[in-house]
Design a binder for this molecule. Structure first.
Ligand code: GLY
Length: 352
């Protein structure tokens, strides 16, 4: 697969990527190399990764506990301490080997350690391949509030090796599919139709196209002043639902993609009410999503907690919830204000 040039770094695909990584390490004269993993990627991905690395410099592995609940400042403190105790300095390189938690948190840890050390992202889940690892967003959650703390900071390189996808569950793959659907409905309807029709889907092609789209959007608007907001489609309601399930002691967590898929149905419904997004397209999107994901029935007793979480969305200004909505596939309107009543209606619409 052809490499993709992002703002300051390349996104490289399997064949040549590892030799380019070894060249980068040699050319930058790093003092030491830290590899951030969780228990799953240490067991399943690290053994695939390490034989590909040609370097003489000191390598240290830092392991954190897997899962969104660990994407927090305590985990960062643990990693900063580990790097310090292991003699890390400003010329150290951090390689993140994992899903979105590892790449987001690792990028944040690297970008703030001694005012910033280099990092390389090696995403191992579909979600982190098509979204989290590309575009320069790094960060952690604050309690259950997603990605509230963080900064824009670019890696030196993103290395995509789809062989790592053999190590993740089908549910994780579906989680990443939600972001691909998002690129389709907001930016490239041909991509959405391929998924809807479910014919001859080639995962490598879906990945490459998704990263191309994300990169195009980020190059036009790196700091999310305007166009990049389309990448939040489905995420305003989706993040609130994800956070709600994360903090619930009685309900099983949803994956990020499962929550975002629900969010896309709800936000398309709101789009149809406020911006005349065509109803046939709303129904096609809902059917496509329900054909991929098990239906989660949202309990109406939980709606007020979900609404409370929505009020903390990062995109809110002056306490107003801000949505990006669709006027059509590939067409959007930014910064839409939506009444609480319509948001609740959209949750009922999803349940129906
Ligand atoms: N995940 C959305 C973005 O990177 O802007």
């Amino acid at each position: 697969m052809k490499s993709i040039q992002a703002a300051t770094y390349p996104v490289l695909f399997q064949e040549n990527a590892y030799s380019k990584l070894s060249n980068l390490i040699a050319s930058k004269s790093y003092s030491s190399l830290f590899i951030l993993v969780d228990e799953n990627t240490f067991e399943h991905c690290y053994p695939k990764f390490i034989p590909n690395l040609a370097t003489d410099i000191r390598i240290e592995v830092i392991e954190i506990e897997a899962g969104e609940v660990n994407k927090n400042i305590e985990t960062c403190i643990g990693v900063w301490n580990a790097i310090t105790e292991l003699g890390g300095d400003r010329k150290s390189l951090l390689i993140t080997l994992g899903g979105g938690v590892i790449t987001d948190l690792g990028g944040f840890v690297a970008s703030t350690f001694k005012r910033g050390i280099d990092f390389v992202n090696i995403p191992t889940t579909l979600l982190s391949i098509v979204d989290a690892s590309v575009g320069g967003k790094t960060g952690i959650d604050l309690g259950v509030l997603k990605n509230q703390i963080g900064l824009f900071s670019n890696p030196e390189m993103v290395l995509i090796d789809t062989n790592y996808l053999e190590t993740v569950t089908a549910r994780e793959i579906k989680s990443g599919m939600a972001e691909i659907i998002k690129y389709g409905v907001t930016y490239d309807v041909t991509l959405f139709n391929e998924i809807k029709d479910n014919k001859n889907l080639n995962i490598n092609d879906l990945i490459h196209r998704s990263i191309e789209i994300k990169n195009e959007v980020v190059l036009k608007d790196p700091k999310e002043q305007n166009l990049r907001k389309i990448l939040n489609f489905g995420h305003t309601i989706g993040h609130a639902i994800e956070s709600f399930y994360l903090e619930s002691n009685t309900k099983e967590n949803l994956t990020h993609g499962e929550a975002i898929a629900i969010g896309m149905v709800c936000e398309s419904y709101i789009s149809s009410k406020l911006l005349n997004f065509p109803e046939d397209k709303l129904n096609i999107l809902k059917e496509t999503i329900l054909s991929i994901y098990d239906r989660t029935i949202l309990d109406k007793n939980d709606f007020s907690s979900i609404m409370d979480l929505l009020k903390h969305d990062k995109k809110n200004v002056n306490g107003q919830v801000n949505f990006v909505l669709l006027t059509d596939f590939e067409n959007h309107k930014l910064d839409c204000k939506v009444s609480e009543e319509l948001i609740v209606d959209s949750l009922y619409f999803y349940n129906k």
